[in-house]
Design a protein around this ligand. Structure first.
Ligand SMILES: CCCC(=O)SCCNC(=O)CCNC(=O)[C@H](O)C(C)(C)COP(=O)(O)OP(=O)(O)OC[C@H]1O[C@@H](n2cnc3c(N)ncnc32)[C@H](O)[C@@H]1OP(=O)(O)O
Length: 311
């Protein structure tokens, strides 16, 4: 499809169009040369176990699986490093539209591996682990993909925080989300508190954190933390099919348009109004006159002329 109008001009200079947005995003992009980061990466390697699987499906919806079933999918140190690798892969997956994050063996994630937590419990290492995970989960939330956490079984501690690093959350009828940090003498450290307040508001966030309150599907729907309760049972093969059907209602259509929509929503939710308007304008320019816009216009013109002949 030949590009028409502004689309051709602007797509020749997409870099200019998105400079505002990605300059904002750079604060969280890889800081490989930071010696502190290198030090905590070396420490993470001392705690192997489990993996983060990533399958970029034909449907252009990627499936990320937190896979450490003997530890209820707790995050080992090596899994934190793998999460960074998978997010980096998704940042360059240009035809992607969606992302489903789930746990292996019918449960979501039980947070940090407590064995690793015990070993890096000094404040300095704890802060470095937090900074590392905050940075990666912020990048995951900002991916130009519409993301959903598929929650079966338990999402506890850092696992509950991980659910807030997705755009949406769907859960099976018997699943539970619980910010257990208070019971550990902690507060969220992977960015979960900052995101939770933005999702459910200040009062509900206080109840979930100060009360370490268990969130079942009904309460989750009530406070806006949960977007859908799946009818398929935990561990059943259809859970993933149902979650993908739910997500595909938002990801069908032109991938560049879907990715542009996610980008304008991210910038609208994070930047000042003035910056967000500038970013929206720049991103608008990348789709105005693009293939999907031209095709839609051609369809409507065709439809209108057919209607004229009908009369
Ligand atoms: C900033 C982030 C801070 C954090 O995330 S701190 C960690 C917060 N998470 C937790 O406190 C959850 C600890 N786990 C539990 O409460 C229970 O294991 C859980 C998830 C309710 C499941 O209970 P059960 O169904 O009875 O199963 P279980 O306890 O026997 O667990 C099965 C095996 O999984 C292991 N496991 C579960 N959660 C883990 C974790 N976070 N780190 C390390 N190992 C963990 C557990 O030790 C057990 O292993 P094993 O069979 O005894 O060798």
């Amino acid at each position: 499809m030949a590009l028409c109008g502004a689309g051709r001009l602007l797509l020749q200079h997409p870099r200019n169009a998105l400079r505002t947005f990605f300059k904002h995003n750079r604060t969280f992009c890889c800081s490989n040369n930071d010696p502190q980061e290198e030090q905590i990466r070396e420490k993470f390697k001392l705690f192997p176990g489990g993996c983060i699987d990533l399958h970029k499906q034909e449907s252009k919806i990627a499936l990320m699986t937190i896979n450490n079933p003997t530890r209820m999918n707790a995050f080992s140190g090596s899994m934190m490093l793998e999460l960074e690798e998978r997010v980096r892969e998704l940042e360059t997956w240009t035809e992607g539209r969606g992302l489903i994050v789930k746990g292996a063996a019918g449960t979501f994630c039980s947070g940090s591996d407590l064995n690793a937590v015990r070993a890096i419990s000094n404040p300095q290492d704890g802060m470095k682990m937090c900074m590392f995970m905050q940075r990666i989960l912020t990048r995951m939330l900002r991916l130009p993909l519409i993301s959903v956490a598929l929650i079966e079984g338990k999402a506890l501690g850092g696992g509950a925080e991980l659910t807030t690093a997705c755009d949406f959350r769907v859960m099976t009828a018997d699943a539970v989300i619980q910010f257990v940090h208070k019971n550990m003498g902690l507060v969220p450290g992977w960015g979960g508190a900052a995101r939770l307040v933005r999702i459910v508001g200040r009062q509900h966030a206080l109840k979930l954190l100060a009360g370490a309150k268990k969130v079942d599907p009904d309460f989750g729907r009530q406070i806006g933390l949960i977007d859908e309760v799946l009818s398929s049972p935990q561990g059943g093969g259809n859970v993933l099919v149902e979650a993908e059907q739910w997500l595909s209602q938002l990801t069908k259509g032109s991938a560049p348009v879907i990715r542009a929509i996610k980008n304008v929503v991210v910038s609208g939710s994070e930047l000042s109004l003035e910056q967000a308007l500038r970013t929206e304008r720049d991103i608008f320019g990348t789709v105005w006159g693009g293939p999907a816009n031209c095709e839609a216009l051609a369809q409507r013109t065709k439809h209108k002329s057919e209607k004229l002949f009908e009369k």
